[in-house]
Every structure is written in structure tokens, then in C-alpha cells.
Design a protein. Structure first.
Length: 98
């Protein structure tokens, strides 16, 4: 019988976690949505370049792809930094309200 209670508690925890995740997703601002879209696009482009690097046989082409990869990594770092700064600002704002 204890096993049944335990599995129900786990189901409830999973359901609550999913509900919180959906609530966070619904609370995102258009700016956050745009950031997420930009990040996903950069990650797709990064994957494409990595695949192309595997097939590149000309040194010049490989150098160009490496530069592109470095640029994408820099853009991803900028996006990550701006996301951290926005989270910090939102946290500070909620702290001030208390």
C-alpha cells in the first residue's frame, strides 16, 4: 500500500513541475520570446557549420567556417549575458518591492 501512495505523490510532483514550467513559458515577454528565437537560430546555424567543417577539405574554406563558428559563439555569449542581466534586474526589482 505504501508503494501506491508513493507513486501518487511522484505523479503529483511531476504534474506540479509541468504546470510551473508551462506557467513560466506563458509569462515570458515578447522580448524573451525573441531572445529565445534568436538563440535557437544561432544554435541551428552553429550545428550546420560544424557539419560543414566535417566535410571541408580546402584549408581556406575551413578557415572561413572557423571564423563563422567563432562569430556565432560570440553572439551566443552576448545573448546569454543579456539574459543574465535581465534576470538580475528582474530579481532586484522584486526584491525592492518587498
Amino acid at each position: 500500500m505504501a508503494r501506491g501512495w508513493e507513486s501518487k505523490a511522484v505523479e503529483e510532483q511531476i504534474g506540479e513541475a509541468q504546470a510551473r514550467k508551462e506557467a513560466r513559458r506563458k509569462q515570458s515577454t515578447p522580448e524573451e520570446d525573441e531572445l529565445n528565437r534568436r538563440k535557437e537560430a544561432l544554435l541551428r546555424e552553429r550545428t550546420r557549420i560544424e557539419r560543414e567543417m566535417e566535410r571541408a577539405y580546402m584549408r581556406r574554406h575551413l578557415v572561413i567556417l572557423e571564423r563563422g563558428l567563432a562569430h556565432i559563439d560570440a553572439e551566443l555569449a552576448k545573448l546569454e549575458q543579456s539574459a543574465v542581466e535581465k534576470e538580475r534586474a528582474a530579481f532586484d526589482k522584486t526584491r525592492k518591492l518587498r
